[in-house]
Design a protein around this ligand. Structure first.
Ligand SMILES: [Zn+2]
Ligand SMILES: [Zn+2]
Length: 276
């Protein structure tokens, strides 16, 4: 018994999303179905429109939040009714996964960007039975429901707004993980973070939590700089300044112990590297 769901279906770069009814496969023993309450839109969803591994049509979206609606027979750590964030798929068997670094999973590309399960089966079909690529970054969350491995959902408190939870699936863990796991920012560090979108703001919050004493946030928008200050930045710099590296250097009070770019702007990256 498949589930009829509603999804925003993509057919490539030049096609608009179309809202369609699709058939979602039943959960396998280790999978769960989540009814989506909110989903973020990440730049990777746009970049995916040119992704060579995806076959169209496809359902994108990878910042899902919602409520578990069905669970597979072997699922024990998540139950129906749990509020969850949904995230990427990892194999659980490669060296990186066994070392507790699932973002480095050796099967990351195949499991998250091929549109199918590891065994090649599709999760989504049109009403007339044609396959649709799913499990984009583990989720395909531009839909009323997603089908994910139980190991890809994180239970969150019931009273959290799914609009807030959705960012955990990509942006918040990307920003926080970069600061805590990759850069290993520690107490007393001076850190520059360029780009104060959700990734950069998560990095600011993580740097603050790690005890960094100077946290310089760089962004073009005054509203973003103000938000960065609210969540932990000690200084902000207008990314449009011509003397950007010098301005960041001054705000840091010297060189940076760590620099993180979430803007994608070459000028900002160059300035960040200059102050290291
Ligand atoms: Zn993303
Ligand atoms: Zn793995």
């Amino acid at each position: 018994m498949t589930t009829t769901i509603t999804a925003a279906v993509s057919r490539g770069t030049d096609s608009p999303f179309t809202i369609e009814e699709l058939d979602l496969d039943d959960p396998r023993p280790d999978e769960v179905v989540v009814r989506i309450g909110a989903t973020g839109v990440c730049h990777s969803d746009i970049a995916a429109l040119d992704h060579p591994m995806l076959e169209w049509p496809a359902v994108l979206g990878h910042e899902g939040a919602g409520v578990v609606e069905r669970v597979g027979d072997h699922v024990t750590d998540v139950k129906v009714g749990d509020h969850v964030a949904t995230s990427f798929v990892w194999c659980g068997r490669c060296a990186a996964c066994l070392q507790g670094r699932p973002t480095r999973c050796a099967s990351m590309r195949e499991l998250n960007f091929s549109g199918v399960r590891a065994d090649g089966s599709h999760l989504l079909h049109t009403e007339d039975g044609a396959p649709v690529s799913g499990r984009f970054m583990g989720q395909s969350a531009f839909a009323s429901h997603v089908l994910v491995p139980a190991s890809s959902v994180i239970v969150v408190p019931d009273d959290l707004d799914p609009v807030i939870v959705a960012g955990l699936g990509c942006a918040l863990q990307t920003g926080a993980g970069s600061i805590l796991n990759a850069l290993r920012v520690t107490a007393g560090d001076h850190v520059v973070i360029s780009g104060a979108g959700s990734v950069g703001l998560a990095a600011v919050m993580a740097a603050r939590a790690a005890g960094a004493t100077r946290i310089v946030a760089v962004d073009l928008l005054p509203s973003r700089r103000a938000l960065a200050t609210r969540v932990g930045a000690t200084h902000t710099v207008d990314g449009a300044r011509e003397d950007l590296a010098a301005a960041i250097h001054e705000a840091l009070g010297g060189s940076a112990d760590a620099a993180f770019d979430a803007s994608g702007a070459p000028d900002a990256v160059l300035a960040d590297v200059t102050v290291l």
